[in-house]
Design a protein around this ligand. Structure first.
Ligand code: ZN
Length: 248
């Protein structure tokens, strides 16, 4: 039985970040990878990222950027840089990659966890869970003890139980370890591997240890300069390269 899962979201075609995170997860003893979608979009290595994750992950759900690149989502919902990246990505995915991404579910469950890209409430609406209220309102839309989400690119969590509610948003760097208590339920945003937006440029992901009953948000240094140079060289919007250094 797997004891430690590495949970990755929002890789966004950033191979340098993904490689660093996979190495860290292995060093941390994670024996299985779960992925919450947005493998592609923004970064210059969508194909390599899809292949790396498809080869390793035991569960993967789709994100809005998969749907955008595949033409399953109206790109009018995307900002101009995201739209340009979706069209650029569409040209690079061959039929096999397209079929793989197309068959990904919007949500799935594994052991006592629900996995979904944006929100367990209407996953196809791609709502962001940002505020305390956003998260607490979503607890009625899944029945497992845990729900892992991505999408906002900001790690944090919500917890609900008879002893009260807790919300730990991004910007709380001291609070990176969550101890899972009996009788409580949790929504955990694992942050983004390939394009963090909490003003910390390091790649983010989570380790769920079933034995210790903890979820830990890990931050991993990676070569964002190379990832940024590849974005510029690919002719993708320069903003997508520049923001990697800022982590925003
Ligand atoms: Zn994303």
């Amino acid at each position: 039985m797997v004891i430690r899962y590495a949970i990755l979201s929002d890789v966004h075609g950033n191979l340098e970040a993904l490689t660093a995170v996979l190495a860290d997860a292995t060093a941390e003893g994670a024996r299985a990878i779960l992925c919450l979608g947005d493998l592609v979009g923004y970064g210059a290595d969508p194909v390599a990222c899809v292949e790396q994750v498809a080869e390793r992950a035991v569960a993967v759900v789709a994100g809005n950027h998969e749907h955008g690149a595949l033409g399953l989502l109206d790109l009018g919902w995307f900002n101009p840089a995201a739209r340009a990246a979706a069209l650029w990505t569409r040209d690079r995915l061959d039929a096999d990659h397209g079929r793989y991404l197309e068959q990904l579910a919007l949500r799935t469950t594994l052991e006592e966890a629900t996995l979904v890209h944006a929100s367990p409430r209407r996953p196809e609406e791609w709502d962001y869970l940002i505020s305390a209220q956003d998260g607490f309102e979503a607890f009625g839309d899944f029945d497992t003890r845990l729900c892992f989400v991505g999408h906002s690119h900001r790690p944090g969590w919500w917890s609900l139980g008879s002893s009260g509610r807790e919300h730990v948003g991004h910007g709380s760097p001291a609070r990176t370890r969550l101890r899972l208590l009996d009788g409580r339920r949790y929504i955990v945003n694992v942050g983004s591997v390939g394009q963090p937006r909490d003003r910390d440029p390091r790649a983010a992901y989570a380790i769920w240890d079933r034995d210790e009953r903890t979820v830990t948000i890990r931050r991993v240094d990676y070569d964002y300069r190379t990832a940024a140079q590849k974005i510029v060289a690919a002719g993708l919007p320069r903003f997508l390269a520049d923001r990697l250094a800022d982590g925003f």
